[in-house]
Design a binder for this molecule. Structure first.
Ligand code: C2E
Ligand code: CA
Ligand code: CA
Ligand code: CA
Length: 274
């Protein structure tokens, strides 16, 4: 009836209000979080075919005073909407370079950049100063960007990418296969690496079509002289399958979860992976 409909509508409205309120509260907290030192970086190893640690991906964590750890999947979109990603992204870059500078010279660091940072920061300048302050060699820094950067592949973005490459920084195309990237991006924009999204890895080795897609990606990337990293490797069967398909490097819980800086240091100064 009419009355029930209205109650149902009211209920829905109240629930919406609550959700909007919760988001608003979180974004208010987010604004002060950097000044309160609530962010930290974790580091997840990227390993060679032989299982040696070649580098790490920096993944940001937010330790909320009341809620505990908030997932980046939740707060990065908020940080992008509110603009907090600009100072936060700068902090992440500096912190990641400073940590990596303490590792052996053949160990690299991969840092995720948001498309918003390309629009509103002078990224090449930020990278130059993070490298100078930390003393890290440019060749050890990798920048991970997702395909969404190219939804508006403006001349400014292309210029920024070209400048980064001139500095000697490597570029990685993240979450490959999930977005809008056509193979033509791979050809036109000079990427050094692509990361195959974990959604493709998850179904290996059982899914025939999944394996065919992964094989096609690896073959194409290899012929374009790019390195292929598979993300989200959780099982020995997945590892074996990816190696047989020719994958160059692997990352996932099978090797290690993202770990705090002191554990990452231990991984590269002797102890190695268990
Ligand atoms: P991403 O860049 O694709 O990062 C990989 C995500 O997969 C990480 O989640 C990592 O912890 C998780 N992962 C790694 N191995 C496995 C595995 O074997 N199985 C499964 N199920 N998951 C695995 P996390 O740390 O929660 O980050 C989520 C997303 O948040 C990232 O996805 C990235 O898009 C964003 N993010 C994280 N840190 C940063 C950052 O410093 N800056 C920016 N702009 N975005 C970040
Ligand atoms: Ca990434
Ligand atoms: Ca990814
Ligand atoms: Ca992702």
């Amino acid at each position: 009836t009419k009355g029930e409909g209205r109650n149902g509508y009211r209920f829905y409205e109240a629930e919406m209000d609550e959700r909007i309120e919760a988001r608003r509260a979180l974004s208010t907290d987010l604004r002060g979080a950097l000044d309160r030192n609530e962010f930290l970086l974790h580091f997840q190893p990227i390993v060679s075919r032989e299982g040696r640690v070649r580098g790490f991906e920096a993944l940001v964590r937010w330790k909320h005073p009341k809620r505990g750890f908030v997932s980046p999947a939740e707060f990065i979109p908020l940080a992008e909407e509110t603009g907090v990603i600009i100072p936060l992204g700068e902090w992440i870059l500096q912190q990641a370079c400073a940590t990596a500078a303490g590792w052996p010279g053949d160990i690299s660091i991969a840092v995720n950049l948001s498309p918003i940072q390309f629009r509103h920061s002078d990224l090449p300048l930020l990278v130059i100063s993070a490298l100078q302050e930390s003393g890290l060699d440019a060749s050890r820094l990798e920048i991970e960007i997702t395909e969404s950067v190219f939804l508006e592949a403006t001349p400014a973005i292309k210029t920024a990418l070209a400048k980064l490459r001139e500095l000697g920084v490597r570029l990685s195309l993240d979450d490959f296969g999930t977005g809008y990237s056509s193979l033509s991006y791979l050809r036109r924009l000079a990427f050094d690496k692509i990361k195959i999204d974990q959604s493709f890895v998850r179904d290996l080795p059982h899914e025939q079509s999944g394996a065919a897609i992964v094989r096609a990606i690896i073959d194409l990337a290899t012929s374009l002289k790019m390195t292929v990293i598979a993300e989200g490797v959780e099982t020995e069967a997945q590892r074996r399958c990816l190696l047989s398909l020719g994958c160059h490097a692997l990352q996932g819980y099978l090797f290690s979860r993202p770990v705090p800086a002191d554990e990452a240091n231990a991984l590269v100064t002797g102890q190695g992976l268990r």
